[in-house]
Design a protein around this ligand. Structure first.
Ligand SMILES: *Cc1c(COP(=O)(O)O)cnc(C)c1O
Length: 227
């Protein structure tokens, strides 16, 4: 059993220490609680401890949990998994933020289905061996233009996931690169950093860190393949 309260205290302490080292205001860093694979009851418990923003990777899995979450009226749900364009309609209905837009096609579909302004981030693929999804840096300016022309989409940031390594320092060059891209394109937010490398991400300017394991404990891998 994991103790969410003590995990949250430990994560908050890590965030505060990293922010202090970087001379940053803690309030500029959003802790996104990644609740994929965990039941709605885990999200409700986290909400009870004050967390309000949650990350989910699977549209269908979240659709199943969603009816049990309607009482959490000010919670915001971010989609952080790979978005297939045939799930764009459902995703636009269920989520407040889509962090993983990586093509004009997905952007236009989200724009056409959104019934209100939808916050989006663009997932950037910074290495060949990282996640299969993401826009190449070379194609990013064109995608930024496309999203800025979509009336119902609000471009709030860039997102990336470096190749996984035990050594958080190996993530740092990717975080730095994402920040440089965001600065050159005048995109405000940076979603980067997970349980094992959130300090490096904060030092490199993350405005949203996506933390699962350090809060909810280890995921059962078999369940991760629901989609
Ligand atoms: C699962 C996931 C996370 C959380 O990873 P942890 O190592 O459990 O903190 C963050 N971002 C994305 C895109 C994920 O899929």
């Amino acid at each position: 059993m994991t103790d969410l309260r003590s995990n949250l205290d430990a994560v908050n302490e890590r965030i505060e220490r990293a922010a202090a080292r970087a001379g940053r205001n803690r309030e500029t860093i959003l802790l996104l609680a990644v609740s994929k694979v965990f039941p709605a009851s885990a999200i409700r418990e986290a909400y009870g401890l004050g967390l309000r923003e949650f990350g989910e990777n699977y549209v269908r899995e979240f659709e199943g949990k969603h009816p049990e979450l309607t009482a959490l009226s000010d919670a915001r749900f971010h989609f952080i998994g790979h978005l297939q364009s045939n799930k764009a309609k459902l995703a636009a209905e269920l989520f407040h933020v889509i962090q993983t837009v990586d093509s004009d096609k997905v952007a236009r579909r989200l724009d056409s289905f959104a019934s209100r302004t939808l916050d989006v981030m663009l997932e950037v693929k910074l290495s060949p061996e990282s996640a299969k999804s993401g826009v190449a840096p070379h194609d990013l300016p064109k995608l930024v233009d496309c999203v800025r022309q979509c009336p119902r989409l609000s471009l709030t940031g860039l997102m990336t996931m470096p190749p996984w390594s035990e050594d958080a320092e190996l993530s740092r060059p990717y975080f730095r690169r994402l920040r440089e891209l965001a600065e050159s394109l005048r995109v405000p937010g940076l979603s980067m950093g997970m349980s094992h490398d959130l300090e490096a991400a904060i030092e490199e300017g993350a405005t949203c860190i996506r933390v699962g394991t350090a809060l909810f404990g280890r995921r059962r891998p078999a369940l991760a393949a629901v989609e």
